[in-house]
Write a protein of this length. Structure first.
Length: 141
């Protein structure tokens, strides 16, 4: 993720979710499915792409968004890893998901049993305000 976000021009994946993360026999982790990715000189885009349960609020709200939307999705993947289910749990339908994620002030529920470091990591990734989310380089620290 950091590699993509620090290219010139940067690449925004726009569909980070568990099924798009591959782990090889050598334990190397790779991001897959770049069908929604966008490489642009602009720092922001505005088209709605991705999978709703992992989608950042600003994407659902059709606001301009950038790399911070990938950080939100990455936080949702961490939730997915801790719960073995989609972030936000089972919502009745796509419209319910759109309303809850895009129009409420809620963040996805954190899985129980996480270390304080794990909770903090997810918490900073899923800040509703995209400007408060760290970049990928900061997440590596």
């Amino acid at each position: 993720l950091e590699y993509m976000h620090t290219r010139d021009p940067p690449v925004v994946h726009r569909d980070i979710k568990g099924p798009n993360i591959l782990v090889g026999a050598d334990c190397r982790v790779k991001l897959a499915d770049f069908g929604c990715a966008k490489r642009t000189q602009e720092t922001m885009t505005h088209t709605m792409r991705g999978s709703i349960h992992w989608m950042a609020p600003e994407v659902i709200a059709h606001e301009r968004y950038g790399r911070a939307a990938d950080i939100w999705s990455f936080g949702c993947v961490a939730i997915e890893m801790g719960t073995a289910t989609v972030p936000w749990g089972k919502l009745d339908n796509q419209m319910a998901a759109i309303i809850k994620i895009g129009m409420s002030e809620e963040t996805p529920p954190l899985p129980g049993g996480l270390s304080p470091t794990g909770e903090d990591f997810i918490f900073v990734c899923v800040q509703r305000d995209a400007s408060l989310r760290p970049n990928a380089t900061a997440l590596l620290r």
